[in-house]
Design a protein around this ligand. Structure first.
Ligand SMILES: Cc1cc2nc3c(=O)[nH]c(=O)nc-3n(C[C@H](O)[C@H](O)[C@H](O)COP(=O)(O)O)c2cc1C
Ligand code: SF4
Length: 413
């Protein structure tokens, strides 16, 4: 049975919370970094970068270090961090304490999506409880070291989930990505070495510290250890967040756990890792496993685990129209290829969706998507280009059927 008070400290403690952080605080920071490296934990924010390795990029001699917790969760189709913030905020705070100790950070910042009202209330209340219990504060967990937590609310921009835009936003600047290098581990928040980690990534730390890296590696696959929170949405009988061991078949997640495609219809397409990851056909989706390497082998990415299910009634041009509109709206506008290209792409897709597009428009769409990749400050442009290319390539017949000059296009050699 679900405990309606699972977010409260008393419930969390009854379930074993803060045992792992007490254990971690009694160890040398380097030992915690070693444990996390050995566990093979990979970031859950999108790129799947090894967490322990990221921590080792911090310079040896530094006067201050920051941890930024990425709770922006703005990727369409992804809603698993929200669940942690709402239902188990102390798991996250415990993970933050462990990470702060490991990287010698005295002040963590949690950047939370502006639209998250209940999650914000819950994490704020949990932080207050943790301060009152001495788990955070000048003598965190009785360790003699300070660990403070500042919670910063975003204002609704998707791009502020990108780690350097997030840093600018916390600093009170425009939420726009920074050029890299320098990378945040060298020059981050307020110019100091900074680690940015996703909520779910940090929520894995208590298990690793308490049970050890071998126990963690016993779950999942060799290259994707541990479990994964998959957000399942769209045309599905039981939408929701499902925790699965990495490596389970996607078919099992969709058909068994999430109850199958709604109304017994057939699957047409599936976006596996949030809106910016390339779409899979039904055949690809049913053949893939839920782990980083399997999804990568299909040419897509497991990303943030946002699984969007589309049934046989879906008009794929309509679907791309919605995505393209979103990305055009969310471009921060710093780079010309992204600013102009995203708007142009959205216009063309809309034209095709309305039945007014031509064969030339379709070619222009593909050419634009190819040109914006890799020519910008951040990978937002890739996040837009990948869905465009995959939708058009894999569902070309549907795009061609929408063209105003489709008769001549189908007659063309
Ligand atoms: C456009 C864009 C949006 C992003 N949005 C998020 C987000 O909402 N939440 C998140 O954790 N990471 C997001 N990321 C990834 C972060 O930049 C960063 O890689 C991540 O927070 C690192 O944490 P991890 O190593 O624990 O995965 C985004 C990246 C890009 C390019
Ligand atoms: S790629 Fe787009 S979102 Fe990223 S910095 Fe450039 S304009 Fe902004």
């Amino acid at each position: 049975m679900v405990n309606p008070d699972s977010h409260a400290l008393v419930s969390a403690r009854a379930a074993g919370a803060y045992r792992a952080s007490a254990k971690a605080l009694a160890e040398e920071p380097e030992e915690i970094v070693r444990l996390v490296k050995d566990s093979g934990l990979r970031g859950r924010g999108g790129a799947g970068f090894p967490t322990g390795l990221k921590w080792t990029f911090l310079p040896k001699n530094r006067d201050a270090t920051y941890l930024c917790v990425n709770a922006d969760e703005s990727e369409p189709g992804t809603f698993k961090d929200r669940l942690i913030l709402e239902k188990d905020p102390h798991l996250l705070i415990e993970g933050i304490v462990i990470a702060c100790h490991a990287i010698r950070c005295a002040h963590a910042y949690l950047y939370i999506r502006g639209e998250f009202c209940l999650p914000y209330e819950r994490i704020r209340a949990a932080a207050a409880e943790a301060y009152a219990a001495g788990l955070l504060g000048p003598n965190a967990g009785g360790s003699g070291q300070p660990i403070d937590l500042t919670i910063h609310r975003g204002a609704g921009a998707y791009i502020c989930g990108e780690e350097t835009a997030l840093l600018n936003s916390i600093e009170g600047k425009k939420g726009q990505p920074r050029m890299k290098p320098p990378f945040p581990t060298n020059v981050g928040l307020f110019g100091k070495p900074t680690v940015i980690n996703n909520v779910e990534t940090l929520a894995n730390l208590p298990f690793i510290v308490e049970n050890g890296p071998d126990a963690y590696r016993a779950i999942g696959t060799e290259k994707s250890p541990g479990t994964r929170l998959m957000s399942v949405s769209g045309h599905i009988e039981k939408p929701g967040v499902y925790e699965v061991a990495h490596g389970v078949p996607m078919r099992g997640l969709i058909e068994d756990l999430a109850g199958g495609v709604r109304g017994g219809r057939k699957l047409k397409a599936l976006i596996p890792g949030g809106s910016s990851t390339p779409v899979l056909t039904a055949e690809e989706a049913y053949a893939v496993n839920v782990d980083f390497e399997s999804v990568q082998a299909t040419g897509s990415m497991l990303g943030s685990g946002g699984c969007i299910v589309m049934d046989e009634t879906t008009d794929m041009v309509w679907a791309l129209d919605k995505l393209a509109h979103f990305y055009a709206h969310e471009s921060c506008g710093q780079c010309t290829p992204c600013r102009e290209g995203s708007g142009w792409i959205a216009e063309i897709v809309q034209k095709i969706a309305a039945g007014n597009g031509t064969r030339k428009d379709l070619e222009k769409l593909e050419s634009l998507a190819a040109q914006i990749v890799g020519n910008t400050i951040c990978v937002f442009s890739d996040a837009l280009a990948m869905p465009v290319v995959s939708h058009v390539t894999k569902f070309r017949a549907e795009f061609e059927a929408h063209l105003a000059d489709r008769a001549s296009s189908s007659a063309a050699p």
